[in-house]
Design a binder for this molecule. Sequence first.
Ligand SMILES: *Cc1c(COP(=O)(O)O)cnc(C)c1O
Length: 226
Amino acid sequence: MDYIRKNIDEIRKRIDNSLAKSNRQPNDVLLLAVTKTVDIERIRTSLDCGITDIGENKVQELLSKYDSLNTNWHLIGHLQKNKVKYIIDKVKLIHSVDSLELAKEINRRASNLGIVKDILVEINVSGELTKFGLDFDKAKELIRSMQQLDSIAIKGLMTVAPFVENGETNRTIFKKMYQLFVDINQTSVHNKAMEFLSMGMSGDFEVAIEEGSNIVRIGTGIFGTR
Ligand SMILES: *Cc1c(COP(=O)(O)O)cnc(C)c1O
């Protein structure tokens, strides 16, 4: 499984280059390894190579791997309200909160456990192409309502940009996301700065970093084609 180490080293180099290019500090980006369809052995190899955080997009798959691995778990895929209870005490960050109803359910469950859950709000930047995420135009208003919920902490924004041959194609989208991130920080109800902008995948993470991303979610770039 040497290819995993080679891929991670290569991606870290490319992350560092993009950070340097945009005058940002080294280590200013979290490399989140996306492990959907990846077996435990290969995930272990990635953890041996310094990966600290992994992302799964399905609740069921996350639960099936959870007991075998000691790491920081992120839920990055669509979350149904009735599944919140299964993962609330297991994940460090939920990237995919895309409705007030879902935010309320996470808030209710977190409150019952006496914890505050860190979440990101998923924004739909590609219109018709994806089903999930808050409409860009309605995001600010909805986030304002979510900020009233005491047992969630809105830590930032996430987006899944369209799949493109050339990452450069998504630059406008990433710029738009960064602008929204800054805007929301300035109008935050709690006056608490948001920390994370989760954008960029195997095909476009360098452009995303240049435009301000600080969490990149990489699957195929590390583990190969699914
Ligand atoms: C699969 C997935 C990724 C990783 O995609 P790659 O192109 O394999 O890097 C990132 N984010 C989400 C939400 C995903 O489902």
